[in-house]
Write a protein that binds this ligand. Structure first.
Ligand code: AMP
Ligand code: MG
Length: 343
């Protein structure tokens, strides 16, 4: 098992000395070309110094990530981001002013200092300034940008706890900073600023309308018109549990059907604590039911932990009660759709 360092923190208060010492250890590991899993407000990231191509190559190896899938580079502030971009349009300045630090990633033309491996050979770079106090402090102490995709094997569910990281990556990571559960629970919004019209490539915690408000203009997508190859990592199947996942409107019936076929069922409901007619099966051990909150932010915060839990329980299938359709749920629908994609 990799070494796990617990890092206490509290929003709005300075980090205690023991936490700073742990972060300094992580900075030394990174400076020496190592890999450190770090807590962010979205999910845990698997970090390496972004300007060190050998260290970045270890990220791809540890994750089993295809070389065609570029990495998000995390920076301490907008100034550090500017140094990695070949241009810094007004749209980037506005995004940074309104949403950094925070769960918004912007894609810009890359400066020459960004290694090709980080860009997956392309000419753009994805940049984000994280809000999490532990990783924000790490970036300041290190004084260098960090390439950090989610800290899981490629294609699997993103980790929202240090235990998820350890279970997925094991000794492929040198050190894990344990900052507790991630607050947002799903990956950042990815916004492409390289075209005339800004375009959301991946929906996330910052909604498209929040970006439109920040920019004062229309924002495209995500969706069908995204040019092929614009975001190479956005595969139809991604963020997937081991069990086959289905999203259905009438989940009670579907769960009943599956139970009658004798399979072990994971059931994710949404804000309905009533055990209903299936409560008996729950006791028989063939049904594992988790009720997620009916509010979008809270649902997102708990979703991956629930999927990890059902995978660990060894269920054959996961039936997800379809959540509401409003904009606040868009990123959740995106992740559920990818998780349910059949090859
Ligand atoms: P992850 O960090 O694992 O959540 O994945 C990062 C996401 O950002 C993937 O979907 C990548 O394809 C996307 N991404 C990273 N760099 C770029 C880039 N330069 N252009 C477009 N998308 C990117
Ligand atoms: Mg990922």
């Amino acid at each position: 098992m990799p070494e796990i360092l617990s890092v206490a923190w509290q929003a709005g208060t300075p980090l205690p000395p023991a936490s700073i010492a742990a972060i300094q250890r992580a900075a030394a590991t990174l400076a020496g070309g190592g890999l450190v899993a770090v807590p962010t407000e979205t999910v845990y990231g698997l970090a390496a110094v972004a300007t060190d191509p050998d260290a970045v190559a270890r990220i791809f190896a540890a994750k089993g990530r295809p070389a065609s899938n570029p990495l998000i580079v995390h920076v301490a502030d907008a100034e550090a981001a500017r140094a990695l971009a070949a241009s810094w349009p007004d749209t980037a300045a506005r995004c940074a002013a309104c949403h950094w630090p925070g769960p918004l990633t912007i894609v810009l033309p890359a400066a020459a200092v960004v290694p090709a491996i980080v860009r997956a050979g392309g000419d753009t770079v994805a940049l984000r300034c994280p809000e999490h106090p532990v990783t924000a402090s790490l970036l300041r102490i290190l004084g260098r940008p960090l390439a950090a995709p989610s800290a899981n094997r490629s294609g699997a569910i993103s980790p929202t706890t240090a235990a998820h990281v350890a279970a997925s990556l094991g000794n492929a990571v040198d050190l894990i900073l344990d900052g507790g559960s991630c607050d947002r629970g799903i990956e950042s919004t990815v916004l492409d600023l390289t075209d005339e019209l800004p375009r959301v490539l991946r929906p996330g915690p910052v909604s498209r309308s929040a970006v439109e408000t920040a920019l004062g203009c229309r924002v495209e997508g995500p969706g069908g018109t995204t040019p092929a190859g614009r975001s190479p990592g956005l595969l139809p199947k991604h963020y997937a549990p081991k069990a086959q996942l289905e999203v259905v409107a009438a989940s009670t019936e579907r769960v009943g059907e599956q139970l009658r076929q004798g399979v072990e069922v994971g059931w994710l409901t949404c804000g309905s604590l009533d055990g209903g007619p299936l409560a008996d099966s729950s006791r028989s051990g063939r049904l594992h039911r988790i009720d997620l909150p009916a509010e979008a932010d809270s649902y997102a915060r708990s979703l991956y932990a629930a999927l990890h839990q059902l995978d660990a329980a060894g269920v054959d299938c996961i039936i997800v009660e379809r959540p509401p359709q409003e904009e606040a749920w868009q990123a959740i629908h995106d992740r559920l759709t990818r998780a349910s994609h059949r090859e």
